[in-house]
Design a binder for this molecule. Structure first.
Ligand code: SF4
Length: 354
């Protein structure tokens, strides 16, 4: 499959540590820790888990001095670049920059004084780190809420552009922008509007999307629409769940659009009366056993020979049910037939070796 099936919106390039972001570059997958940032051990342990699940950039909240003071240790212990998430207090942003973070996220609704933004921009420029102007529908500047009658797409866009122009006036253009709302329609409309106005890379997300199930559906729909239009250069799926789940969902969204490849992609039929074995349980077992595999591998798990051979032929490995046993496919070729347990063991062994 073509690596970049959707033409991407043309943007500048921004570097978050070694991770380059923008059109023509892989869409980076982010998440955020939810341990207390000052608990260095717990936060680093969570960062390790996120990285194992495919996180390429980690954001940490910096709500107070204690969190800011933990940043140097977090920066040196993290295998991926860290972004400090700042609200309200510009001095925390200055501390984060001094601590060596790879980027800042500023919320224009909560950091409004021009002189404070200017100080942060100067510090970030001196260190060569980017700033994300991260607009959130839940914290828009009050004057814009009044002007637009609520957190509408134009209100989100104006909030972003106001801070962007302030930063540009300070000669700071090392920027990414996000415009997050909790509903898909607002988020999509806002990003589309802003895409016509600037060429900065976009970080995408549906904020406060919900629990693992509803949040996954909302994020897949919202991010899917934008990504299919070529909009979006980094993503974060926000779930009220273990952040490791956010990574799994984020990667699946990108994989389903053919925008990135990583780990195992299990193709499984929904089954019907023709299914010769328990496809769902088998597919789940395969996904679970191969969860931490990074290298891309497509595995077909198909109940019968109606669509099974076709899918198995297109996959690296495959299992296809027949009345006389399960067929094992390797590299698109039928290799052998046997009981499910034996064929499954062999498939898992091969998947680990490949
Ligand atoms: Fe049914 Fe066979 Fe199609 Fe699976 S592959 S849904 S078992 S017809």
């Amino acid at each position: 499959m073509n690596e970049i099936p959707y033409p991407r919106r043309l943007t500048r390039t921004v570097s978050v540590g070694p991770v380059k972001i923008g059109s023509g570059l892989p869409i980076a997958v982010q998440s955020m820790t939810n341990t207390p940032t000052q608990s260095v051990k717990a936060t680093l342990a969570q960062i390790q888990k996120l990285v194992k699940a495919g996180c390429e950039i980690v954001r940490v909240a910096v709500p107070d001095q204690a969190a800011a003071e933990a940043l140097p240790q977090l920066v040196s212990g993290s295998p991926v670049p860290l972004i400090a998430d700042i609200h309200f207090d510009y001095r925390l942003a200055l501390k984060a920059v001094a601590a060596g973070v790879a980027g800042l996220r500023l919320n224009p609704g909560n950091l409004r004084q021009a002189k404070h933004v200017t100080l942060v921009a100067q510090a970030a420029r001196a260190k060569g780190i980017p700033i994300r102007v991260g607009v959130n529908a839940g914290s828009l500047p009050p004057d814009l809420l009044k002007k637009h009658g609520g957190p509408t797409p134009p209100a989100l866009v104006e909030a972003a552009l106001r801070q962007v122009s302030l930063l540009e006036k300070n000669g700071f253009t090392d920027l990414k922008i996000s415009l997050k709302a909790a509903d898909v329609a607002t988020t999509v409309a806002a990003y589309r509007l802003l895409a016509r106005r600037v060429d900065y890379p976009f970080h995408l997300g549906i904020t406060e999307a919900g629990t693992a199930f509803t949040g996954t559906v909302k994020s897949a729909v919202g991010l899917g629409i934008l990504l299919a239009e070529g909009i979006g250069d980094t993503i974060r799926v926000s779930l009220a769940a273990d952040p490791v789940e956010e990574l799994r969902v984020g990667w699946e969204i990108l994989k389903s659009l053919g925008l990135r490849r990583r780990g195992v992609e299990v193709i499984a039929c929904p089954t019907c009366a023709r299914a010769a074995f328990d496809v769902a349980a088998t597919a789940e077992k395969i996904e679970k056993k191969l969860l931490n595999r990074d290298t891309p591998l497509r595995i077909a798990v198909m109940g019968c020979i109606v669509n099974g051979p076709g899918e198995a032929t297109l996959s690296g490995l495959g299992l296809v049910g027949t009345p006389k046993g399960v067929l094992l496919y390797v590299g698109g070729r039928k290799i052998k037939r046997g009981p499910l347990s034996e064929m499954l063991d062999e498939l898992l062994k091969l998947a680990k070796e490949l």
